[in-house]
Ligand binder design. Structure first.
Ligand code: AMP
Ligand code: MG
Length: 394
């Protein structure tokens, strides 16, 4: 049937078909956390660049214990010592300081008797002891990071060690977040009868940022067609992806779909066989992706995680989130024709519903470790059934 809503997988596939990789741009390493590398990083020099000491102590020639050595200089980190160490000589040396010419080992402070201008070695000193060789970590020309690599703290550190201050990265997605509804008030505002705080705008912005994207516009608009149009036009002019919540249904005060369509956004799907989150709208305009999410807070979260989050991963070059599974710890009733995302807590590989599952009940999401995807069907899904989990982290 043409009007049959898509299921979750079909809707995700539809979105994937319109998700194209954002361009790469030069990014300071300090701003690149979470981005995806769009080039190969090659070590520009040996790391370490010179042989250096692994300990605080004395650089000397290897040999037997009991030798008394004359201290002829000091090599400190960042301040090498330009002398050549001969037999019977030593250089005082710090961790990370360059090994002086002639020395092939370092006696740690703990195994010498330090008399100031002389030291006596209390232990035999074998060649290479406590010496880190040049290039021991990276060799000049080594391929350090491959394109497509997601940049975490360690990747950023090694890129800098390899000589880089900037990296070519797929740029961060620019996202506009818009909450609709006459009844919504700013966080903290005093409420009149029938009003509520706009929690979606805060949650959706946080989800966008947690997905590694940048919020370029966050705004509320009332249930007015002209205001909705102009705010959406602004969003489309600034963002790669627009997420809006509420106003997407077919009531007389729902203007979201009409406004997007009027602005040239093409509807790709409307409604998903999903609970919560059935009234979800997706459209595209050139390379821009537009999500009209339902207004109920839990529906907005679930549909963001199912649909907007994978799109953000795809356009930012990240791989899809790893799937995870668990076992139902209790029987859960099934919806006859919608797959359901049930808020669950995890207990030793088994999951249990956290409480009431209404699409307006945020408190049971706050108790949840994940969402369990309960496929549609008759009756209940029995305790012990394997189920797929959806992470609450995008
Ligand atoms: P709607 O989709 O506009 O019909 O809204 C459905 C329900 O979600 C209504 O009870 C709204 O008050 C509520 N709602 C809509 N937008 C928000 C929001 N930004 N924050 C919290 N609740 C909302
Ligand atoms: Mg509304």
């Amino acid at each position: 049937m043409a009007d049959e809503p898509l299921n979750i997988t079909q809707a995700q596939a539809m979105i994937a078909g319109f998700s194209s990789l954002l361009p790469a741009e030069t990014t300071a390493a300090d701003d690149a956390l979470g981005l995806v590398l769009a080039e190969q990083v090659i070590a520009s020099g040996d790391v370490p660049s010179r042989a250096n000491s692994a300990m605080d102590g004395f650089a000397a020639r290897s040999g037997e214990a009991g030798r008394a050595l004359r201290v002829i200089g000091e090599s400190r980190a960042g301040h090498p010592c330009d002398v050549t160490v001969g037999d019977g000589e030593a250089v005082r040396i710090s961790t990370g300081a360059v090994m002086p010419e002639g020395a092939d080992a370092v006696a740690p402070i703990e195994v010498v008797e330090d008399e100031g201008s002389n030291v006596t070695l209390l232990e035999q000193l074998s060649a290479g002891r406590n010496v880190r060789l040049a290039g021991e970590d990276l060799r000049a020309g080594d391929a350090v990071l491959a394109p497509g690599r997601e940049l975490g703290p360690v990747e950023l550190g090694i890129a800098v060690a390899a000589g880089r201050a900037e990296l070519q990265c797929v740029r961060r997605a620019r996202v506009a977040v818009i909450g609709t509804g006459d009844e919504l008030r700013e966080p903290g505002a005093k409420l009149a009868a029938g009003e509520l705080h706009d929690s979606n705008l805060t949650t959706l912005q946080a989800l966008v940022r947690a997905a590694g994207a940048e919020v370029v516009l966050a705004s509320h608009v009332g249930d007015d067609p002209a205001a909705t149009m102009s705010r959406f036009a602004e969003a489309l002019s600034q963002a790669d992806l627009v997420v809006c919540s509420g106003g997407v249904s077919v009531g007389p005060h729902d203007h979201v779909k009409g406004a997007f369509i009027e602005l040239g956004v093409e509807e790709r799907f409307w409604r998903v066989a999903l609970r919560p989150g059935r009234p979800t709208w997706f459209g595209s305009h050139e390379a821009k992706l537009v999500f009209g999410l339902p207004g109920n807070p839990v529906s907005a979260i679930v549909t963001f995680l199912l649909f907007a989050a994978p799109a953000l991963r795809a356009i930012q070059g990240r791989s899809p989130q790893a799937t995870s599974s668990a076992t139902l710890g209790e029987a859960i009733a099934r919806h006859p024709d919608r797959d359901e995302c049930v808020r669950v807590r995890l207990d030793g590989g088994e999951v249990f519903a956290t409480g009431p599952q209404g699409s307006h009940i945020l408190s049971s999401v706050a108790l949840a470790d994940a969402l369990a995807v309960i496929p549609r069907g008759e009756g209940s899904l029995a305790a012990g059934s394997p189920i797929e989990l959806l992470s609450l982290q995008p």
